[in-house]
Design a protein. Structure first.
Length: 488
C-alpha cells in the first residue's frame, strides 16, 4: 500500500465512493445519536467501560490465565499465538485434523488481521464468509472498508451485480431476475449460505468479549448467521485478541448497553450468543459443537500495552462510531488506510500493532484533522487525538518503543527533516527569552513582507486551501509595555 495521502488522493476522486460513504455514515451517526440520547446515564456508562478496560489491561496477565483455566475446566482447549503466522498455523492444523476441507466463518476482525482466509486457501481449505457484508466483500474479490459494515463502499446496484456474477462460482447461484431491493439481495444471500451452514463441520469465529471468571465467549450480531455458525458445526475455533477479555460476567452489563447503541444504533443486538466450552455430544438433545478451541492472539498487543499513552487503543470494542463521525474517513474511505482497522481507531491501532517502519504505517497518525469528534463518540473514552499526536512525535523524533517484547530505539522516519528542524528551532527560542524577544521584534517589523503562500511542497499544499493568519498591527510585548510600562 502507498502512504495514506497518495491512497486518499485516489479515493476522493471517486464520486460514487464518496456518495456511498456520505449516505451511510450520516445515516448511522444520526441513528446512533438518537439511541444514545435515550440513556440519561450514558456518560457514567462510558466512564465505567473505560474503567473496566483500564483495570483489565493493568492486570491482563492475571485475567488471561484465569480465562484459560475457566475455558479448560469447561471442556475447551486454549492455544496461545504470539503473532499472525502462529495463529494461522494453529487454526490450519486444527481444521486439517478434522479431515474437513471447508469452514464457515463468523465475521472476525482478528482473522482478517492475520490473513487467515489466505492461509487456509494455501492449505487447500475453503473459507466461506457468512456475514452479509463480508460475503459481499469476498464474492467481489474486495477488501473490507469499515469495521461494522465492511461493504459500506458498495451500493445496492453494485451488490446485485456481484451476486449475479459470482455466487454460482462459490455455490448456489443467485436467483434469476434478482433486483437490487434489500429483500431480494438478503434472500439471495440466505439461499446461497443455507447449504453451507447445513453442510459445514467446522466453523471459525472471533468474539466481542471473553469473560475471565466463567470462560464464556460472547458474539453480538444482527443477522443470525453467527448463531448458525456457532451451533451447527461439530468443531468451533475462535480466534480472539487478548485485549477482549473482561473480568466478570457482570461487566458485560456495561458493554451490552454501549456497544449496540454505538455500532448499529440499536438498544440491543438482535442476536447475542454466549457459550462456555463445547456443547453436549450430538444427539437428540445435542446443541452446539462437540469440540471448542480458543486461540488467544497477541500479534503486537503486548507491545502496545507497554506504551503508557498508546495502550488506551486496546480499550476499543470495535463499535466503529469513530469512523462514522470522521471527516477524513467519510471522504477517503477505508481502503486508503491499508489495514483491516480503518478510520481513526485504525490510525492509532495499526501503527502500534505493526510498527511505523512502512510508508503506510508512518503516515497513518497524520490521517486526521484532530477535530476530536472520534473521542466524543467513543463508548470507552479513547482519546484518539492524544494518541495521534503521540504517534506523530514517534514518527518524527523516533525514540524508545517495545517491539516483540524487546525495548528498542526507533530512528526518525525519513521525510521529516524540516519538521524536526522547526521543532528544534522552536525549542531553542522558547528556552531563551532574549532570543524569542528578538525574533518577535524582527517579525513585527517585517510583517508587510509576509508571503501569501508557504514554500516547499508541504507548505504549498497547506496554503492551497488555507489563508495564513494576518499578523497583528502590534505585538503582545509592545502592547503590554505600552499599557503596563514593563515587559515583566
Amino acid at each position: 500500500m502507498p502512504a495514506f495521502p497518495a491512497a486518499a488522493r485516489e479515493a476522493v476522486r471517486d464520486a460514487t465512493l464518496r456518495g456511498n460513504l456520505r449516505h451511510a455514515t450520516h445515516t448511522i451517526r444520526d441513528k446512533r445519536a438518537r439511541a444514545v440520547a435515550e440513556l440519561a446515564d450514558w456518560d457514567r456508562l462510558r466512564e465505567a467501560g473505560r474503567a473496566v478496560k483500564d483495570h483489565t489491561l493493568r492486570h491482563l496477565d492475571h485475567y488471561l490465565l484465569q480465562l484459560e483455566e475457566a475455558v479448560t475446566a469447561a471442556g475447551g482447549t486454549v492455544h496461545w499465538a504470539a503473532d499472525a503466522t502462529e495463529a494461522n498455523r494453529i487454526v490450519t492444523g486444527l481444521v486439517l485434523a478434522t479431515g474437513e476441507r471447508e469452514v464457515v466463518k463468523v465475521k472476525s476482525m482478528a482473522t482478517q488481521e492475520t490473513g487467515l482466509n489466505e492461509a487456509l486457501e494455501a492449505a487447500g481449505i475453503a473459507a466461506y464468509e457468512t456475514d452479509l457484508a463480508e460475503l459481499i466483500v469476498q464474492l467481489g474479490h474486495d477488501r473490507p472498508s469499515h469495521i461494522l459494515v465492511p461493504a459500506i463502499h458498495r451500493n445496492r446496484g453494485e451488490i446485485r451485480d456481484i451476486f449475479a456474477r459470482e455466487m454460482g462460482e462459490w455455490g448456489r447461484p443467485a436467483p434469476e431476475g434478482m433486483d437490487d431491493t434489500p429483500a431480494a439481495l438478503a434472500e439471495a444471500a440466505r439461499l446461497h449460505l443455507r447449504e453451507k451452514f447445513l453442510r459445514a463441520k467446522v466453523a471459525v469465529s472471533g468474539a466481542n468479549f471473553m469473560v475471565a471468571e466463567t470462560g464464556t465467549m460472547v458474539v453480538l450480531e444482527s443477522e443470525g448467521n453467527g448463531r448458525m455458525c456457532l451451533t451447527l458445526p461439530e468443531t468451533l475455533i475462535s480466534v480472539v485478541g487478548i485485549e477482549k477479555v473482561v473480568p466478570t460476567f457482570r461487566d458485560l452489563e456495561i458493554f451490552l448497553q454501549t456497544l449496540p447503541r454505538s455500532s448499529t444504533a440499536e438498544r440491543m443486538n438482535p442476536y447475542t450468543t454466549m457459550w462456555t466450552g463445547p456443547g453436549p455430544s450430538k444427539g437428540a438433545d445435542g446443541d452446539g459443537p462437540s469440540a471448542f478451541h480458543l486461540v488467544l492472539l497477541d500479534n503486537g498487543r503486548t507491545d502496545t500495552l507497554a506504551d503508557e499513552v498508546g495502550r488506551q487503543a486496546l480499550r476499543c470494542i470495535r463499535c466503529s462510531a469513530c469512523l462514522n463521525v470522521c471527516p477524513v474517513y467519510e471522504r477517503a474511505g477505508g481502503h486508503a488506510y491499508g489495514s483491516v482497522y480503518p478510520g481513526p481507531i485504525g490510525a492509532i491501532l495499526s501503527p502500534q500493532l505493526r510498527g511505523t517502519a512502512s510508508e503506510i504505517d508512518a503516515s497513518l497518525p497524520y490521517a486526521s484533522t484532530l477535530c476530536g469528534a472520534c473521542y466524543e463518540v467513543c463508548p470507552v473514552a479513547i482519546d484518539i487525538p492524544e494518541v495521534l499526536v503521540h504517534l506523530r512525535e514517534r514518527v518524527v523524533q523516533g525514540g524508545p518503543v517495545t517491539r516483540e517484547g524487546v525495548r528498542v530505539r526507533l530512528r526518525p522516519a525519513k521525510g521529516h527533516t524540516a519538521e524536526r528542524a522547526a521543532m528544534l528551532g522552536a525549542t531553542v527560542l522558547l528556552d531563551h527569552p532574549g532570543a524569542l524577544r528578538a525574533a518577535e521584534r524582527v517579525l513585527a517589523r517585517t510583517r508587510r513582507f509576509r508571503p501569501r503562500r508557504l514554500p516547499g511542497r508541504s507548505g504549498r499544499a497547506w496554503t492551497d486551501t488555507r489563508d495564513l493568519p494576518a499578523f497583528p498591527a502590534e505585538s503582545f510585548r509592545d502592547w503590554w509595555t505600552r499599557e503596563r510600562g514593563t515587559e515583566k
